[in-house]
Write a protein that binds this ligand. Sequence first.
Ligand code: HEC
Length: 310
Amino acid sequence: MFSRNAFKAFRQATQNASKRFSTQTNGPVKASTYNALMAASAATAIGSGASLYYLNKNAAHANMEADGLHPADHPFPQKTLFGTFDHASIRRGFLVFKEVCSACHSLDLVHWRNLVNVAYTEEEVRDMAAEYQYMDGPNDVGEMFERPGKLTDPIPRPYPNEEAARAANAGAYPPDLSLITKARHGGVDYIYSLLTGYCDPPAGVDIREGLNYNPYFPGGAIGMAQNIFDGVVEFDDGTPNTASQITKDVVTFLNWTAEPELDERKKIGVKALLMFSTLTLLALWIKRNRWQTIKTRKVAFNSPKNWEKK
Ligand code: HEC
């Protein structure tokens, strides 16, 4: 008895409430006006958030000189969601590293064998490694000896230690380049802008003897001089050897040394997306299947005879 009355009262109340909200026209705010106001305020909030983000991202900061100029966004294919490395570019980039950068920079995390089937054939890598002499030993009589490089040797270092590197570069230490694209804010874009960004210092900026002006380098004064110019490397595949092409290739190569797993990672990502989306659909289908006996059930209440009188 009680429950039936309660149900009736509840139904009445909800009906009244929905009537009030949907058809009331003489109240302070009409439903349609209310909706329009809500939409406008949501749009304003999203719009102002987006403008703040945009302004913050593109603003010139007072400490720009200390932070370095923000690098431009360059269309490297590996930067896009499903994009992979341009391996011809990695091949040319290694040549640039070998002929230019390796005079001062080490590449400790890369061994000759890592290049095989990435940018060079095994034969080519064996021949390149054999051009360098490595200290090995001791031999039968306990002496160290020099032998030509093998696939298992690391890429040779220009200096035996940091002190020697600093002494040869006016106190500045040329960092190891194996992970450099990950170790610098801006990644590949920063390295590209840095290598192509050398220019004369603006009026009023004094650069100490032995340093060079580069607006992309934090502080502006860098120990490394410009070393990429048009034609500084000859490519064996006929690619024009302009400074920008040479830089793009060496930056692609350095990105590969820092993230050699990138191609594989993206391939696995695509597979995982395909697999998990299929599994999601399957799970939804099974859920519908399992629940259908319950979802399609109708619960009806038939009052027993003489219910009211009890
Ligand atoms: C003549 C020696 C020399 C050569 C050749 C050279 N560098 Fe450098 N590089 C340096 C020195 C020295 C520094 C350290 C600069 C400093 O800290 O002021 C440096 C620093 C760097 C940095 C780090 C900048 C930073 O943000 O800290 C990168 C990246 C770099 N070099 C890339 C290259 C690449 C790529 C090449 C080849 C195209 C190259 N370098 C060739 C000497 C050299």
